[in-house]
Design a protein around this ligand. Sequence first.
Ligand code: C2O
Ligand code: CU
Ligand code: CU
Length: 546
Amino acid sequence: MAAYNDDFALLRPGRRRALSGFAAGALAAFLPRAVATTLSASDDLCTTPAQFDVPLRIPAQRGLMGRLVVGGDPVVLRAVSRAGNAPRLAYAANVGGREYLNPTLVARTGARVRIVLANGLAEPTVTHWHGFTQDTGNDGNGETLVAPGKSFEYAFTVRNRSGLYWYHPHPHGATAAQLYRGLFGLFAIEDDDELALRRSLALVPGATELPLILHDRRSSAPDAYAPTESDQLHGWYGDEALVNFTPRPYLDVAARRYRFRILNAANARVFRLGIRGDDGAPIPFLLLGTDGGLIERPLPADELFLAPAERVDVLVDFGRLPIGGFALLETRAFDPMHAELRPRRSTDAPTDAMAHGTAPAQDNATPASHSHSDGAAFALLQFRIRERAARAAPMPTRLSTLPVASAAPGSERPLRLGFAKGRWRINDLVYDVAATPIVVARNAVETWLIRNYHTSMPHAMHLHGFQFRVLERETSPDPLASLVVDAQGRQATDLGLKDTVLVWPGESVKIAIDFRHPFAGAQTYLFHCHNLEHEDGGMMLRVKVG
Ligand code: C2O
Ligand code: CU
Ligand code: CU
């Protein structure tokens, strides 16, 4: 039976008694697993709290996702396989007598960090620090691997501004399998802007400021990862959503502001995130930050798309909700525009999503009959409003200062996303460890024009080593129209520093990348789709920065 063996450490005191004798994960295993997964948008999720019956895991000072400050002595992260436990694979650490699993690493900007990856798996692995300004040797790009039983020490200076970054395996061809089984963690970088925001809003990490890791699983065999050809084309989708490794989660909240720092850690699923009250009315929120940290000023939003590997930082005010009321974090139905999925035969069966009425009917086939297709509606997390809170402090009008997003003079570098000869490609190429199709002059600022074919699907394009700015979106598909906030066709989530950007079919996205770096000699990075099936399939190019 799958159970989190550190559940008790992670439960808050009030919950511990209620579940005495049962680890929450063990309890969950006795409950019908399908309950939370077959809901459609029309179900009354908020008034049926039994469907959210597991307290959300919250990072404590130890245990799963526990906060671990790095920057002093080296910390050993041991990649381990935990048969019979969830997550099946994890990074284990023991620091000062405290045990951690997939610790939330915390460091100040400027800190000198030493982290030893010890490979306790039966297969090679390597760890990539997603979003970090990093030299190739510390980037963990998968071109050198750590063999079973061996270790590798990463030693680097934290150069990024504050933000929620993450770390995960990157052994080419096995990235998806290792990540899907649970091998990843968060890395929170803190600087003065971050601490000022926390102070002004009286946010307490672990209480009123929480990370939310979203991912999906195939509930019938949560650890089995065996993509079919169809999964490799579309991506691997599950039928059960988890938040912070918790199925059917709820969170007790006070009627005040909460800050949620959300990561999409799914292999392939795009979330259309929104919040609503138990009357069904949407609850607007404020966007505070994106992949690379705080944006300049808070932006009101009703919903946003979050693609694999993207992060958003949002502030939600439960202050107007009645005590005893509920709210719900959900992913709403959308047309996933998998235009590559058009059935070739008219006899193709109706899709799973169509059968459940959770996605708009369209002429595409389903990724797999036992998983919800991309664009299906899911309820993710229930908030239970439990108590009043002191009057809120005024919202700061300015959060941070961003580097100017400017187009570089000269030509744009074209990058075309498409499918040919059985594989997703960038500029008709697939990953080749011996080829460097993109060469950038040291210290250049480049404009990249990423264009996705109409007969494609959304691709979450990620660049290692550098944060970039989105300058413009053109010919965006209709479902994005309501999200556009400026004349450049951008969405609120485009207005910060980004390391991953979702490019929809038919869309052109222009980004500006400042390739200045402080590292000696030329460095090699990767540009790839973060749909992990596409990445493992070779939708990835090497980028040399001179
Ligand atoms: Cu998170 Cu190369 O990726
Ligand atoms: Cu697809
Ligand atoms: Cu892709």
